[in-house]
Design a protein around this ligand. Structure first.
Ligand code: KIV
Ligand code: NA
Length: 277
């Protein structure tokens, strides 16, 4: 099994081989993603919502990202490991950007960082790339800007916004990003962008024309979340089977059905006898 690198992703675009990416947040999810053969794993700051229970990704810190990236790095070996630069970091000065991104690689074990935003984050992207840190871009619905955008909604619907998105994608590609996530943009727009740039586009809610797809672990496995965005396909109902299992356990404990003999440990008979005697 050959390690996936940024060059692998680029070659996959050239060979029109679709890239399969998924988020992971801990050791077991990372191991499963690796075992299933995904090409890239994203430790998304979506962990704030699906794992930590926040209302948005805004409260997520560099420390949170490190904590989860370390766990994922222990479980995912073959896929390219990407970690999100959390809220506002890309807007700090060059030293702060490099310190945060550098820690995600050096301490966390990430192999690239993902940065939300267009033109305005080019200085941060440039600093990382000059420092040898591969950067994945993220345009369209950028959840760290949810308050600015006025909710989680499709982006680039009018001509001006669409042109701005295409322009941002070109600019980021020129900076040398390794791939570009397009979130919640109309299919026609993601196709235009995918054709316009040499780097792979990875869509989420962006239709089937991107070079790859990414979904949030807890969405595609329907685990712990009740509301699914419309672009998600549920492949397994993990939450449902987990709930069933836990309910069964609770019921058996209450009825004295679990544990049975097979789950018990015993003393050697002589020791038991002496203790009783
Ligand atoms: O945090 C995340 O999970 C993401 C993906 C949805 C692209 O940024
Ligand atoms: Na994210």
């Amino acid at each position: 099994v050959k390690k996936v690198t940024v060059r692998t992703l680029r070659r996959m675009k050239e060979e029109r081989q679709p890239i399969a990416m998924i988020t992971a947040y801990d050791y077991p999810s990372a191991k499963l993603a690796d075992k299933a053969g995904v090409d890239a794993v994203l430790v998304g700051d979506s962990l704030g919502m699906v794992v930590l229970g926040y209302d948005s990704t805004i409260p997520v810190t560099v420390e949170d990202m490190l904590h989860h990236t370390k766990a994922v790095a222990r479980g995912a070996k073959r896929p390219l490991l990407v970690s999100d630069l959390p809220f506002l970091v890309a807007h700090l000065n060059r030293d702060e950007v490099l310190k945060a991104a550098g820690r995600l690689l050096q301490e966390g074990g990430a192999e690239a960082v993902k940065v939300e935003g267009g033109k305005e984050v080019i200085p941060a992207i440039r600093a990382c790339i000059q420092g040898g840190i591969p950067v994945m871009g993220h345009l369209g619905l950028t959840p760290q800007s949810v308050h600015q955008l006025g909710g989680y909604r499709v982006q680039g619907r009018d001509e001006e916004a669409a042109r701005r998105l295409i322009e941002d994608a070109r600019l980021l590609a020129e900076e040398g990003i390794c791939a570009l996530v397009l979130e919640c943009v109309p299919e026609e727009l993601s196709r235009r962008i995918t054709d316009a740039v040499d780097i792979p586009t990875i869509g989420i809610g962006a239709g089937g024309s991107c070079d790859g797809q990414v979904l949030v672990y807890h969405d595609l496995l329907q685990y712990g979340n009740d509301l699914q965005p419309g672009f998600v396909k549920t492949y397994v109902r993990m939450g449902e089977s987990a709930l069933k299992g836990i309910r069964h356990y609770v019921d058996e404990v209450r009825r004295g059905v679990f544990p049975t003999e097979e789950h018990a440990f015993h003393l050697p008979p002589e020791t038991a006898e002496r203790l009783n005697g």
